[in-house]
Ligand binder design. Structure first.
Ligand code: PLP
Length: 398
């Protein structure tokens, strides 16, 4: 039968992580002791003073529509944050608050990508990027990065990928899923190439605070005023303040782009939740050191998971930011457990879950079928036990 789905959405893939997540839930329901490395959110609760602000927002009647681009108070807090943390001066008219950074990414693409435009995405990538590009009529073009280079794109890689149709580069540092963090020097080297060809940058900086080994975050828009004019900076409170369910993300962009995004959003979702916006304002202005505490906890857990992976002879790189690690399991493809042969990352993840009750995300979802992604937003005990089970699983494969 001919599909009745519009062309725009025909090529959007369902989330490849859903199958594993659904199976994990089912096993847990059956009372199985499942350890899930598949999560994409901090396991810490939202800090109490932020939760209290949410309650106060309800009690004090902050429960009505807000301006579509966000409350002036939250936008002022974001303006200050961009200035203080990132060295970027955005005017209030250049800031748009949305329902999570995911919507900010979608809005940014909708604002500048025309039908058939190419959008560069370093791979492995966050799985929403290519789908969002396709949804607005663009063509994702991947820049393959290698494990040996810490999954980082080089100037040469970038130059090679650019064509006359290139409209935008999606740049995610610290990166989900690789943990790669680009230095100021590396970012400055990309800028002249992009500026010469008038290519936009969508800089997704959502993991900027979760960064280790003394590495420093640097914002694309901080390169120069010229670069700022071609950059859309996306950020949010989900990962930094353990507020994934509150759904607040934001972007800073040149005035014409921010205005187009505001109009677009005003006809789709309108402003984000008034209650969440107030809580986000308090998170950004009244920080009590919990961000640093969370970062230290993640760094310690990263070190723990790396040590456990090494002890179990599982190959991985050292992530410098975010809370994920990629384990290269490709040498186990073609091996068997009983009658089941592992063919790829999906096969690996499914068998591991069936056999050891450990959930990981197959790398094919991020553009690299050799790996699986493990989140270390888990307790120390779960990390140790989970990796032990993976090691046991690998030793059983023939
Ligand atoms: N960007 C990246 C790289 C992410 O990993 C995520 C969430 O997993 C987001 C953006 C979206 O965050 P949110 O929509 O919760 O603000």
């Amino acid at each position: 039968m001919k599909t009745r789905i519009a062309k725009r959405l025909q090529n959007i893939s369902p989330s490849k992580t859903l199958q594993i997540t659904a199976k994990t839930k089912e096993l847990k329901k059956q009372g199985e002791n499942v350890i899930s490395f598949a999560v994409g959110e901090p396991d810490f609760p939202t800090p109490e003073y932020i939760a209290k602000a949410g309650k106060k927002a309800i009690d004090s009647g902050r429960t009505k529509y807000t301006a579509s681009s966000g409350t002036p108070e939250l936008k002022s807090a974001i303006k200050e944050k961009f200035k203080k943390d990132n060295g970027i001066e955005y005017d209030l008219s250049e800031i748009v608050v949305s329902n999570g950074a995911k919507q900010s990414v979608f809005n940014a693409l909708a604002a500048v990508v025309n039908d058939g435009d190419e959008v560069l995405i370093p791979s492995p990538y966050w799985l929403t990027y290519p789908e969002a590009v396709k949804a607005v009529g663009g063509k994702p073009k991947f820049i393959l990065t290698k494990k040996e280079n810490g999954y980082k794109m080089s100037v040469k890689d970038l130059k090679k990928a650019i064509t006359r149709k290139t409209k935008l580069l999606i740049f995610n540092s610290p990166c989900n899923p690789t943990g790669a963090v680009y230095s100021e020097e590396e970012i400055r080297a990309f800028a002249p190439i992009l500026l010469k060809k008038k290519i936009f940058v969508l800089a997704d900086e959502i993991y900027e605070k979760l960064i280790y080994d003394g590495e420093k975050h640097f914002s694309f828009a901080n390169v120069s005023s010229e670069m700022k004019d071609w950059t859309i900076t996306v950020n949010g409170v989900s990962k930094t303040y353990a507020m994934t369910g509150w759904r607040i993300g934001y972007l800073g962009a040149p005035k014409d782009i921010a205005a187009a995004i505001d109009s677009f959003q005003s006809h789709s979702t309108s402003g984000a939740s008034s209650i969440s916006q107030y809580a986000a304002e308090i998170a950004l202005t009244n920080g009590k050191g919990e961000v640093e505490e969370m970062k230290h906890a993640f760094e310690r857990r990263r070190n723990l998971i790396l040590q456990e992976l090494l002890e179990n002879e599982i190959e991985s790189t050292t992530p410098k930011g975010a809370f994920y690690v990629l384990a290269d399991v490709s040498k186990y493809y073609k091996k068997r457990l009983g009658k089941t042969k592992i063919k790829n990352s999906v096969g690996f993840a499914n068998l591991l879950l069936d056999e050891e009750k450990v959930a990981v995300v197959p790398g094919v979802a991020f553009g690299d079928d050799k790996v699986v992604r493990l989140s270390y937003a888990l307790s120390d005990d779960d990390i140790t036990e989970g990796v032990r089970r993976i090691g046991e699983f690998l030793r059983k494969l023939k």
